[in-house]
Ligand binder design. Structure first.
Ligand code: PLP
Length: 387
């Protein structure tokens, strides 16, 4: 099987599992316990926090461990917006882009439904990018928070985060970015990016599912969403997932140690794959930005097919990929991300996303490109394969 669905999830790396093992077995203590087992767990958690902070270029106290990317996004969007509204009730608008993951979008909608906020959605251009002018047009004196993702999970488009964050900063508005897909592929130095909050998920990087990180800058106030024992400096109660934190820290370090070389290698492979598909499949369209895109994502529409049928045919040929985001999989609705890029709903139904992890090889992608040519050809000849 050639697994080209790494944007959905990745297997746990051996080094990560080995780093976690002690905290799942002998060193199983609760970091809040006042005995040697507890102390060992607390020390491991502190070390993991420092490791993550080193990669992000921030202080350990600015790192909150969460149960994943979704929780990190919820905590950033709801937590920062609610804290700002509590300090000044006039701050009752949040800005998001039109291509956010549901973890951000639905958090903003929750604020709208239950907390009197309005949501301003910044449009994207045909390549999926937010421009500084488009953001400037919606920023106002009532904006409590801006949340614009670093890289999109469906089409891979990378946003000009540093430029957008600088604009928000000029207006005194905190800026959050969902870096769940970007981490491991693009620099995540929070100072260089100029962001006030940034989300990461472990399972996109070779750590297990169910662990994540939210960076929140300095004194930015965050209203906790989970109440209890006051762990994570009161930001996120609940006994900490020590092994998960250790695993995430290990995976993030491994990913960023070789990030530049990896990016260079995978960009070359990705571009070869994109070229082979565009040359070989008549009418195929690359979605997202041609250059400002994740090294790891190649996404297309294949007019005259259905994405789900192409997916089934590809799986029969040993290639596993996705018709959109994992969260939207199984739904027949056209992807809101593709619609936001101005893609016609009928064409959007023909979307297929290929996403790679660091182990991808040229041979994998040569075989996958050949399979795509055959799969699209057969779906077009035979019509839609019934689900
Ligand atoms: N944000 C983006 C951009 C994602 O791609 C995902 C997962 O697909 C998430 C957030 C949610 O992360 P998690 O699966 O860790 O909850």
């Amino acid at each position: 099987m050639i697994f080209l669905d790494a944007a959905a999830t990745t297997p746990v790396r051996r080094e990560v599992l080995e780093a976690m093992w002690p905290y799942l077995t002998g060193e199983f203590g609760n970091p809040s316990s006042h005995h040697s087992l507890g102390d060992a767990a607390a020390a491991a958690l502190a070390e993991a926090r420092k490791t993550v902070a080193d990669v992000l270029g921030c202080r350990p106290g600015e790192v909150t461990f969460t149960s994943g990317g979704t929780e990190a996004d919820n905590l950033a969007v709801k937590g920062i917006a609610l804290a700002r509204q509590a300090a000044d009730p006039a701050l009752n608008r949040v800005v998001i882009s039109a291509v956010e993951h549901p973890a951000v979008e639905e958090s903003a909608r929750y604020l709208e439904r239950f907390h009197g906020f309005s949501v301003d959605v910044v449009p994207v251009d045909g390549a999926g990018r937010v421009t500084a002018d488009a953001l400037a047009a919606v920023l106002g004196p009532e904006t409590a928070l801006v949340s614009i993702m670093y890289a999109n999970n469906e089409v891979g488009t990378v946003q000009p985060v540093a430029e957008l964050a600088a604009l928000a900063r000029e207006r005194g508005v905190p800026f959050h970015t969902d870096a769940v897909q970007a981490a491991g592929w693009l620099p995540v130095d929070v100072k260089a990016l100029g962001v006030d909050a940034l989300s990461i998920s472990g399972h996109k990087l070779g750590a297990p599912k169910g662990c994540g990180v939210l960076f929140v800058r300095g004194r930015t106030r965050v209203e906790p969403l989970i109440h209890g024992g006051g762990q994570e400096r009161g930001r996120r109660s609940g006994t900490e997932n020590v092994a998960g934190a250790v695993g995430l820290a290990t995976a993030l370090t491994l990913a960023h140690a070789g990030q530049e070389a990896l990016t260079e290698r995978v960009v070359r492979l990705r571009d070869g794959f994109i070229g082979a598909v565009l040359d070989g499949v008549p009418g195929a369209v690359l979605t997202g930005h041609p250059a400002e895109r994740l090294p790891s994502v190649a996404s297309f529409c294949f007019p005259g097919t259905s994405g789900e049928s192409v997916l089934l045919e590809l799986e029969r040929q040993g290639v596993v990929c996705s018709s959109g985001s994992a969260c939207a999989a199984g739904s027949d609705a056209a992807s809101p991300v593709l619609l936001a890029l101005g893609i016609d709903a009928e064409i959007a139904q023909t979307a297929v996303r290929f996403s790679f992890d660091s182990s991808v090889t040229e041979a994998d992608l040569d075989a996958a490109a050949a399979a795509v040519l055959a799969a699209v050809g057969s779906v077009r000849t035979l019509g839609h394969v019934p689900k």
